[in-house]
Ligand binder design. Sequence first.
Ligand SMILES: N[C@@H](CCC[C@H](N)C(=O)O)C(=O)O
Length: 276
Amino acid sequence: MFLKFTKMHGAGNDFVVIDLISQRFRPRARDIRLLADRHFGIGCDQVLLVEPPDSPDVDFRYRIFNADGEEVENCGNGARCFARFVHDQRLTNKRIIRVQTAAGVLELRLRDQGRVEVDMGRPVFAPDAIPLRAAQQALHYSLDVAGRQLEFGALSMGNPHAILRVDSVAQADVATLGPLIENHPCFPARANAGFMEIVSGQEIRLRVFERGAGETLACGTGACAAVVYGITRGWLRDTVTVHLPGGKLEIRWAGLEQPVIMIGPTASVFEGSMKI
Ligand SMILES: N[C@@H](CCC[C@H](N)C(=O)O)C(=O)O
């Protein structure tokens, strides 16, 4: 069959977006890997599926697959592209869109110039919910990685994140440490690994080695997790500009029990169909 798709990105984190309201397709892990393959397929960090809602409280169901074929709970940059996609494709004319994800309901608000604001929900710190193998919840933890003790924060934005503060993201050994943290036995569901450089109380630089996708040019949930960790450590204020290799995001968090708000860009690059 030929599957219609749209190639999009949010700050360089790229997606193949597939409308499963107007076409039928039951993806197997190997189909996702092929769509995401940069040589034999279209190429992307994540494949996003747009499905009809399964409850009257939401407008759509939003499913996310990493390039390695695994379905995951949440994707922040993808959420913004999802809103732009359903609007551009005239699947809705709403400017506030509620979507069901495996991690709960997200509210997406279309802003001007292709920007989208997302209510990303509350961060979760309980180790069992991240999931993280730790005796008790703490502000930060210590990890033995290749014989080095690394201090890190851990939390869930619907998906698991480890965040390390570094002096310089340019110097950080993301290629070596990223996969070791991603697959460390203390993260039973693996984890996304963020490397955060603090520029000031309102500005950070961030690189993220994503679970199931490798280092990406931006990670929305990673940006939220880094800012939340920085605020809980007293390093950051409540509104922070996050500079990622592919662009910048604005993240706001008013503290415990409050949702994290993310604002950032979206881009639609091309449309096509692929034989699958
Ligand atoms: N790029 C995303 C996160 C995608 C999922 C992640 N790799 C995971 O496995 O949890 C974002 O923008 O949040």
